[in-house]
Design a protein around this ligand. Structure first.
Ligand code: NAP
Length: 340
């Protein structure tokens, strides 16, 4: 075990797109667990779009010069409580640091499923997968054969939504993504039927070509122009599942998209947002849905794994720029499989 810990702090608030200069790595001696707590060496870290929102001066946002919050999976390496034995693999929210002291109340023990890697607890079996699952089953209440449009389809929530939707019996799957390469990947690997690059023109035109007969459900990770286009493309009794608004996180103050409010009435549409943290009671149901399918190969993980904690800030910024396909995860070098 190393003798020092590294912790990422935010140093200043960004205006627009953040850079590495908004963060610093603070080195310190390893934290000592107090009685009743344990020291965890973190092994996998999640960096997420909501961290960009927390960088701003918002209620509940990141404090400057202090450790950040983030989902992480680690191993107990020293313990002062029998409830957290050494060697146990745990999930907790003290990410963005190599080591954390935690109490039993601050962790979730992770069940181990044969053939399922630990990264899955931050992707398909974690908050990303739960978001996709809640969006489809509880908010859209997806029916067999219904056609979907998914924005940011190549990201963590977008790929998982596509794969889950197919398993739930969805009809045609249309997506949008930031490059032609991502569009091709989604159609070849993930099961999307048509995908457009949203840079190629007005969203309404691109969606009109990709889904000429409209869609029943829009899973919206992006907001903005694509949301307005989707309201126009939805059929009668269509649903908009508002998951996120990533097109606006780096441009606060831009005006919200305009769409025809009469569409909501005339087509009997429903638009509903949600936060996955209010659906944590569905975690076991997600395992029941996803784990057997992962084990049988009917469901695959979509992950971009970045090696080395020292690259966590780059991984976060790269995700905001769209450099990831699937869920972005940072992996400690000790977890890199050896090539033999
Ligand atoms: N409601 C909840 O509880 C909940 C939970 C998890 C996530 N979310 C939200 O779900 C969305 C996706 O999250 P994720 O973790 O799966 O991230 P992600 O999609 O894996 O990564 C973000 C993606 O957003 C795309 N993007 C960046 N700027 C964009 C822009 N201006 N317009 C369109 N796309 C843009 C990029 O892909 P491209 O190359 O395609 O541009 C990038 O890969 C986010 O809005 C997030 O806040 C909500």
């Amino acid at each position: 075990m190393t003798e020092t810990a590294l912790t990422v702090h935010q140093t200043v608030r960004p205006h627009g797109f953040p850079t590495a200069d908004h963060f610093t790595f603070a080195e310190s001696p390893l934290p000592e667990p107090a009685a009743g707590s344990a020291l965890v060496e973190n092994l996998y870290w999640s960096v997420d779009p909501y961290h960009r929102e927390m960088m701003d001066a918002v209620s509940g946002g990141f404090a400057l010069g202090a450790p950040l919050e983030g989902r992480t999976v680690g191993r107990v390496v020293a313990s002062r409580t029998p409830r957290l034995p050494e060697g146990e693999i745990v999930f907790h929210r003290k990410g963005w640091r190599t080591h954390a002291t935690v109490t039993p109340e601050e962790i979730r023990r992770l069940p181990r499923f044969d053939g399922v890697p630990l990264t899955a607890y931050l992707s398909t079996l974690g908050g990303t997968g739960l978001t996709a699952y809640v969006g489809l089953t509880r908010i859209a209440r997806l029916q067999e054969g219904e056609d979907l449009f998914v924005s940011a389809a190549a990201g963590g929530v977008g790929t998982t939504t596509g794969r889950f939707a197919k398993l739930l019996g969805a009809g045609r799957l249309v997506g949008s993504a930031g490059s032609a390469a991502k569009a091709a990947h989604l159609m070849r690997e993930v099961g999307y039927d048509a995908v457009f690059d949203y840079h190629d023109g007005p969203a309404a035109d691109l969606l009109g070509k990709a889904a000429p007969d409209g869609v029943d459900v829009f899973v919206d990770n992006v907001g903005g122009e694509q949301l307005a286009a989707a309201v126009g493309a939805l059929r009668e009794f269509g649903r908009v599942v508002r998951v996120g608004t990533i097109s606006q996180y780096n441009t606060p103050g831009t005006s919200s998209p305009r769409f025809d409010h009469a569409d909501i009435v005339e087509k009997s549409l429903r638009m509903e947002g949600f936060l996955v943290r209010n659906y944590l009671d569905l975690q076991e149901e997600l395992y029941e849905f996803a784990v057997p399918r992962l084990q049988s190969g009917r469901l695959a993980l979509d992950e971009t794994v970045v090696d080395g904690f020292e690259h966590i800030v780059d991984a976060f910024l790269g995700m905001l720029r769209g450099e990831n396909t699937g869920k972005i995860i940072v992996r400690d070098r000790t977890q890199v499989p050896s090539v033999s």
